[in-house]
Design a protein around this ligand. Structure first.
Ligand SMILES: [Zn+2]
Length: 292
């Protein structure tokens, strides 16, 4: 069993909030309530680059840590000019959360499905190079391979602190999972095309998410005693205002699902995170009262 201060961080690439809300996801639902959050970027690179320095998707109005990174981050990178506020789950020093966690003795394992994580490219280095080991699956429909690779890496890490990052591609266009009963060559969501099909997008993404939830069961179970964060990096537009896919600032692209189960912050670097959630909220309130 891995150390209880370990992290599992999953991004469901391009998964819309309304898809998540309408789909049966019993394994993911066990993490806690589903939140309608705003993504920190409208495409994969921007969003992950932001998340990897602590700007996870958030609820702008919420005066509650972790739900709103502006109020209190799940992962806070502490620098000279950016001290901890005491409302964070974890405070870290380093160039990003991967590097920061490694400095605290974590083994960082990552796997990505979408092209921005192709670690044979220079562009991907900002997202991938700090992991101890990284696996790019080569396409958006190989979650089984990613999970198998991750299982192999985790096999030798019993009792250790691990940071596991998993970017899942099945929810990304063309919305396909291995063996799905539709043609992955037919993409119903192509930017600027005039033969797209919003209904088919919705149907396929929901079925992909359902499939993903089923496959994730054992990995979620492995981290049930530790910490898990699940979100989308952005959504997709399906014809709203004539727009399709992502990489554009539109509300349907920025609206994403967010869930987490944060239980055990590492004692040596905990912000308020070592306290129970209620304690954190009350501390956050005190900080807020002090500021106002
Ligand atoms: Zn993405």
């Amino acid at each position: 069993m891995i150390d209880r201060t370990s992290f599992l961080f999953i991004t469901l690439d391009s998964c819309r909030f309304d898809t998540f809300e309408a789909t049966a996801t019993p394994n993911l639902d066990a993490l806690g309530p589903l939140h309608r959050a705003t993504a920190p970027g409208n495409f994969t690179f921007a969003s992950h680059a932001a998340m990897f320095v602590g700007f996870t998707p958030g609820l702008a109005q919420a005066q509650e840590p972790w739900l709103n990174p502006k109020f209190g981050k799940i992962f806070k990178i502490v620098g000279g000019g950016y001290p901890s506020k005491g409302t964070e789950f974890v405070t870290l020093k380093g160039k990003n959360i991967v590097d920061g966690l490694k400095r605290q003795g974590y083994t960082a394992l990552g796997s990505g499905a979408v092209g921005w994580f192709d670690d044979s490219t220079l562009t991907a280095q900002a997202l991938t190079q700090d992991f101890d080991r990284f696996f790019f699956s080569g396409n958006c429909w190989s979650l089984d391979k990613q999970l198998q690779w991750m299982d192999e890496q985790l096999a030798g890490l019993d009792g250790k602190k691990v940071f596991v990052f998993l970017n899942i591609g099945e929810t990304h266009v063309p919305y396909y999972y291995e063996g799905a009963p539709w043609d992955r060559e037919v993409n119903p969501c192509r930017p600027f095309a005039d033969d797209n099909d919003a209904q088919e997008c919705r149907r396929r993404q929901a079925l992909c998410l359902q499939w993903v939830d089923n496959r994730l069961g054992p990995m979620l179970e492995r981290f049930a005693h530790a910490n898990t964060i699940v979100c989308a990096d952005h959504g997709d537009a399906w014809g709203e205002d004539g727009l399709w896919e992502h990489g554009i600032h539109h509300s349907t692209v920025l609206e994403v699902p967010l869930m987490f189960r944060l239980q055990h912050a590492p004692a040596t670097m905990a912000g308020a995170g070592a306290a129970a959630r209620r304690g954190v909220v009350s501390l956050a309130k005190k900080v807020r009262d002090k500021l106002t």
